[in-house]
Design a protein around this ligand. Structure first.
Ligand code: G3P
Ligand code: CA
Length: 344
């Protein structure tokens, strides 16, 4: 009965294909997109508009870099200084420090509310030069620096109105700098997160920092004092910051304190890779073996930002998500990563 045997084999083949497709879809569903400073490729970084856009684009998590004001308010700002992304130099010229910078910690929230936020820029020959020239034009429309609570309320409000559960991904910026100024930013952030209902590892949140010393304090002291648990992520910019993390048992040791790692993407696929010879490092395998997730940063498609070993931004995503097997990426262009995972 060749026909029946064919039918049997066809059924089995279709079943196998469906199973493979399901498993593949499940594997991809576990991979996440983190909107880096919001949809910052399209709107000025860390503005509420950039966060709403990232939400609408389907990001799984939206990132907040957090610093503190002089009156102990938590604001969402990447730098500890205000001069790269606001008009502080024009509005408060006499508040500059000797190093020529304007520190957020020297300003009250009421003063920061008076600032206009914009695309990042530098001053060249006395003129503002936008860092990423293809992005949202500097000086157009009106943007401000949000507080952490405003941003959490935006995301939680959208979660209510859309029925989704999009996560937050706050980073404690320069904790040692804040401590030297007498401010315990980590405790303030953790208390605020708790007040908004983030209290367990099941909640959709990762709390990140570049400082391993601070990560330990958060894990050993601050979270237990508040009686909560949160997923913690150790950011890693390079080998020199903490060489022990790159030893064979480094990830195992780190996993005592961290649930995930956020490396510079060059630590996952070497920057000296070529299209014909990709150098995928042991980083992800070691982190996974230690039970940690891996969320590298930062994936951008501006001119010159896609490494030479990738043909395109999507090729870069393919290499990192599926050849290097990372669990998520921080990207300024969350729509492109969401589409990539959906369509693959
Ligand atoms: O936190 C992940 C990534 O944002 C780290 O880089 O400098 O943009 O905060 P940075
Ligand atoms: Ca960050």
């Amino acid at each position: 009965m060749p026909f029946l045997r064919f039918r049997f084999n066809l059924t089995k083949t279709i079943g196998l294909l469906l199973m493979t497709a399901t498993l593949s879809a499940q594997a991809q569903a576990l991979k996440v997109v983190i909107a880096h400073r919001g949809a910052s490729g399209y709107m000025p970084e860390h503005t509420l508009q950039a966060k709403a856009m990232a939400y609408a684009m389907g990001a799984d998590f939206i990132e907040q870099d957090v610093v503190m004001t002089s009156d102990d308010q938590l604001i969402v700002l990447h730098d500890i200084t205000l001069d790269r992304t606001t008009d502080v130099a024009e509005r408060f010229p006499d508040r500059v420090r000797e190093d020529g910078r304007y520190y957020a910690i020297d300003f009250t929230l009421a003063e920061i509310r008076q600032l206009q936020a914009s695309e990042g820029f530098k001053i060249e020959d006395g003129e503002k030069q936008q860092d990423y020239t293809e992005r949202f034009p500097m000086g157009k429309s009106t943007f401000s620096v949000p507080t952490l609570s405003e941003e959490i309320e935006l995301i939680q409000g959208l979660n209510k109105s859309t029925g989704k559960n999009i996560g937050v991904y706050p980073e404690i910026k320069s904790p040692e700098f804040h401590r030297e100024a007498g401010k315990d930013i980590s405790t303030a952030v953790v208390k605020m997160l708790k007040s908004y209902g983030y209290t367990s590892k099941q909640d959709k949140i990762f709390l990140q920092t570049f400082s391993f010393e601070e990560l330990q304090i958060i894990h050993e002291q601050i979270l237990p004092a508040e009686g909560i648990e949160l997923n913690l992520v150790q950011l890693i910019s390079g080998v020199s910051a903490y060489p022990w993390m790159f030893e064979e048992d480094g990830m195992e040791k780190l996993s005592v304190f961290a649930d995930g790692v956020g490396p510079d993407k060059g630590l996952v696929v070497s920057r000296s890779s070529q299209e014909t010879s990709l150098q995928v490092t042991e980083f992800v395998a070691r982190a996974h073996a230690a039970g940690m997730q891996v969320h590298p940063y930062t994936y951008r498609l501006d001119p010159g930002q896609v490494p030479a070993y990738a043909d395109s931004f999507e090729d870069l995503l393919e290499i990192h998500y599926f050849r290097a097997n990372v669990d998520g990426v921080f990207t300024d262009f969350p729509d492109r990563a969401v589409d990539f995972l959906r369509n693959r």
